[in-house]
Design a protein around this ligand. Structure first.
Ligand SMILES: [Zn+2]
Length: 102
């Protein structure tokens, strides 16, 4: 789950209405718990729910789990979505990413 693109895939069923964007959630290390609007950090396993549209997932993450490796050593534990992966040869992933980018 260290790949941001994989987290985005789990977030595609996320109820985005009035919630932070699933891209922001993935960027903050979260994937969808498939229950309500609850998301889970793949690094520290903290769960956050009851999101507000104006919430900043990264800030919320720091509040509940200030010592999470995702926040402290991000470059070591995270594989961000890059332009390379968007133009990758995986057509299914491409479709998901493009639909998320709107
Ligand atoms: Zn965490």
């Amino acid at each position: 789950m260290r790949h941001e693109s994989l987290r985005l895939c789990t977030n595609r069923t996320y109820p985005t209405n009035g919630k932070p964007s699933c891209i922001k959630l993935a960027e903050a290390g979260f994937y969808y718990a498939s229950q309500g609007d609850e998301v889970i950090c793949y690094c520290c396993a903290k769960r956050i729910s009851n999101w507000n549209e104006k919430d900043d997932p990264m800030r919320a993450h720091r509040l509940v789990s200030p010592s999470c490796p995702f926040l402290i050593r991000n470059s070591e534990v995270n594989e961000p979505v890059t332009n390379d992966s968007i133009d990758s040869s995986n057509p299914r992933l491409n479709r998901i990413l493009h639909s998320l980018n709107g």
